[in-house]
Write a protein that binds this ligand. Structure first.
Ligand code: BG6
Length: 278
C-alpha cells in the first residue's frame, strides 16, 4: 500500500502541510502564531483511512452512505490519493493545487465522471477553493464539505458568532429543525447542519486570546460539530482528552443545499480563514 505522501509549505507568511491523500490540509500556521487547525495525535496515518483533523474534503455525499450500501462515510474523496498540480510562491503566500478525477475505484462507488480541484493559499490568511466539475453526459447531484477542524484553547469557553437566526437540523435529535438563538456556546455533544447559511462565522477563543473568522462563497450549509466525551470514546482515532481542543466549523452544500451540476458545469466553493489577536 505504501506510505502517505505529504506536501510541506514553508513561506515567509506561513507554514503548512497537505496530505496528497484526500488533498487534506493538515496544518496552517501563520508566522509567529500557533497552529490554527487541529490534528489529532491519535489519527490513523494510513493509506485509505481518513485522517482525523485538518480539513478533510467531503464528496460526493455527506455523512453515512445515503443509500445504506456500506460505502464510506463522508464519501470517498478523503480516502483517495489526489494528483499534485504544483506549488507556487507569490506575494500573498504559497499556493498548492491538487486534483482528483474519476477512475475505476470511484466509478465502482459512484457512477459519475467528475474532476475535483483543490487550491490552497498559505499566507497571513488562508484560502481554500474546491472546484467540482461534471465530466459526464448527464447531470449529477452531489454534496460537498470542507470539514474544517479548528484548534481551540477549550471548546467549552469559545463563543461562536454568526449563526444567530439561522435554522439548523439537529443530528442528535432526529434531524429536528431548530432556530439558533444567538451566540452559540458548546456545552455538550453538538452536531448541527445549518441550511441556507452563508454568513461569516467568528470563533472567539478567550483561552488562546484570538478570534478565527470563517468566510465563504459557493457554500449554503454550515456544520458545527464537537463529539464531547461519549462520542470521543467511540472514536478510536481521537484521544479521550482531545475533544476540548477542537471545534469543527464546516462549509459545504448538504441535504437541501446539495449541488446539481449539468454536463460540463463547474461549481466553486471558497473558504477563507483569518486570525485576529485579542
Ligand atoms: C461531522 C458530522 O461532519 O463529521 C458528524 O456532522 C460526524 O455526524 C463527524 O460524526 C465525523 O465524521 P467521521 O466520519 O470523520 O468520523
Amino acid at each position: 500500500m505504501g506510505d502517505l505522501q505529504w506536501i510541506h509549505v514553508a513561506g515567509p507568511l506561513a507554514e503548512g502541510v497537505v496530505c496528497e491523500q484526500g488533498a487534506q490540509v493538515c496544518d496552517w500556521t501563520p508566522t509567529e502564531e500557533a497552529p490554527v487547525l487541529f490534528l489529532s495525535g491519535a489519527s490513523r496515518m494510513e493509506p485509505g483511512q481518513p485522517i482525523r483533523g485538518g480539513i478533510p474534503v467531503v464528496f460526493p455525499w455527506f455523512g453515512e452512505d445515503p443509500e445504506r450500501r456500506g460505502r464510506p462515510a463522508h464519501g470517498f474523496a478523503r480516502r483517495m490519493p489526489w494528483r499534485p498540480l504544483g506549488t507556487e510562491e507569490g506575494p500573498d503566500g504559497v499556493r498548492v493545487g491538487l486534483e482528483l478525477v474519476d477512475d475505476e475505484a470511484s466509478l465502482a462507488l459512484w457512477p459519475h465522471r467528475f474532476a475535483l480541484r483543490l487550491h490552497a493559499l498559505f499566507g497571513a490568511a488562508f484560502e481554500l477553493r474546491l472546484e467540482v466539475e461534471n465530466r459526464g453526459a448527464a447531470p449529477f447531484r452531489c454534496e460537498t464539505a470542507l470539514h474544517t477542524y479548528l484548534e481551540v484553547g477549550d471548546v467549552r469557553s469559545v463563543a461562536i458568532h454568526g449563526l444567530g437566526g439561522a435554522e439548523y437540523l439537529d443530528q442528535l435529535d432526529g434531524l429536528r429543525r431548530v432556530q439558533e438563538a444567538g451566540i452559540l456556546r458548546i456545552d455538550g455533544e453538538t452536531d448541527r447542519i445549518y441550511h441556507g447559511h452563508e454568513a461569516r462565522v467568528l470563533v472567539e477563543d478567550p483561552e488562546f486570546r484570538r478570534t478565527i473568522s470563517i468566510e465563504k462563497t459557493g457554500s449554503r450549509s454550515t456544520v458545527v460539530w464537537n463529539p464531547w466525551v461519549e462520542k470521543t470514546a467511540r472514536l478510536d482515532d481521537l484521544d479521550d482528552e482531545e475533544w476540548p481542543m477542537m471545534l469543527c466549523v464546516e462549509s459545504g452544500n448538504i441535504g437541501e443545499d446539495a449541488l446539481t451540476l449539468g454536463p460540463g458545469e463547474v461549481h466553486a466553493m471558497v473558504v477563507r480563514l483569518g486570525l485576529d489577536r485579542a
